[in-house]
Design a binder for this molecule. Structure first.
Ligand code: CP
Length: 337
């Protein structure tokens, strides 16, 4: 793919060389993400950070990434604070906002809404989650995390054994992750969910057509016993027409330390796109896992910054200019002793 000036709407746009390119730029940007160095390469540029659905990680990390490259961020954080609430169309909104922004990140509750928005935009648009469809930047940071975690145990993504747990029907992070993993060789995927929340058939067919070794089960202990990664997700209650239906599935697939110890191989890595539902009737990742060094959920969230910086660097074609305005930071980072 030619990243320059492209919309990033789906993992379908990527092949393995695109992913390798993005990860190599992310590695280069690590000193800027960790604030050892500063760059002002995007000075004067404006990100339109348009979130028409709740978000903590994706909105703040996209905004922080743009700031770390020297750009400014303007935001909408809910439909009710925009003129969509007055009946304005997505196409008109895109026409207007792309006049104020150099690039737009957008999240919206409807499947394919970001694509429709992008078709009317005059600047590149990044999909930050459209309904239950896709969350491509999440899949990229998830894969980057998987690669980093596996490399510590001398493993690579080719040959990966992964368990995907929870709401596989509505979880857009899972859908994008399945697509990106399907580009790799010899991947074994255990899909663990209640039968009503199984992976959509079009994704199951894609995985089968690309030769992944798939097992579907409703049993957590059975599915997590011989894997390198357990990727847990929450029940996406906002996608259910009737919230009472979502309640039926909350708490059915909860992982805690004793289940982990009894069933998992040593060094099995635990991931979650977050937010995890920590209410007592859900609690899909118990707090007793906090001391488990293989719990990678916060390392995973941290990787969102460098991956989103890399997306901006490639789409805005400033990768080669980052060093031109580079200098060391001159403040102390972190808490006092
Ligand atoms: N993982 C993720 O998309 O989190 P937020 O909903 O907080 O952005």
């Amino acid at each position: 793919m030619d990243f320059r000036g492209s919309h990033i709407l789906s993992i379908d746009q990527f092949d393995r060389s695109d992913i390798e390119k993005l990860f190599s730029v992310a590695d280069k940007l690590e000193p800027y993400a960790s604030k050892e160095k500063i760059t002002r390469v995007l000075e004067g540029a404006i990100l339109g950070n348009m979130f028409f659905e709740p978000s903590t990680r994706t909105r703040i990390s996209f905004g922080a990434s743009f700031n770390l490259l020297g750009g400014n961020v303007r935001e909408i954080t809910e439909v009710g604070s925009s003129s969509l609430a007055k009946g304005e169309s997505l196409a008109d909104t895109a026409q207007v906002l792309s006049g104020y922004s150099d690039i737009i990140v957008m999240r919206h509750p409807e499947n394919d809404s970001v694509q429709r928005f992008a078709e009317a935009s005059r600047v590149p648009v990044i999909n930050a989650g459209d309904g239950s469809n896709e969350h491509p930047s999440q899949a990229l940071l998830d894969l980057y995390t998987i690669q980093k975690e596996l490399s510590q145990n001398g493993k690579s993504i080719d040959g990966l054994r992964i368990a995907l747990v929870g709401d596989l029907k509505y979880g857009r992070a899972v859908h994008s992750l399945c697509k990106i993993l399907s580009l790799h060789d010899n991947v074994t995927m255990n899909l663990i969910s209640p039968k009503e929340l199984r992976i959509p058939s079009e994704i199951a067919e894609l995985l089968a057509s690309r030769g992944l070794n798939i097992k579907e089960t409703e049993n957590l202990e059975d599915g997590i016993s011989e894997v390198d990664i357990i990727y847990v997700t929450r029940v996406q209650e906002e996608r259910f027409k009737d919230k009472n239906d979502a309640n039926k599935y909350r708490g059915l697939l909860s992982l805690n330390q004793s289940i982990y110890t009894a069933n998992c191989e040593p060094n099995t890595v635990i991931m979650h796109p977050l937010p995890r539902d920590s209410r007592s009737d859900a609690n899909e990742l118990d707090s007793d896992l906090y001391e488990n060094p293989n719990l990678a959920i916060f390392r995973q969230a941290d990787n969102g910054v460098v991956i989103r910086m890399a997306i901006f660097a490639l789409v805005l074609d400033i990768e080669e200019k980052i060093e031109e305005t580079s200098r060391p930071v001159n403040w102390k980072v972190g808490l006092k002793d």
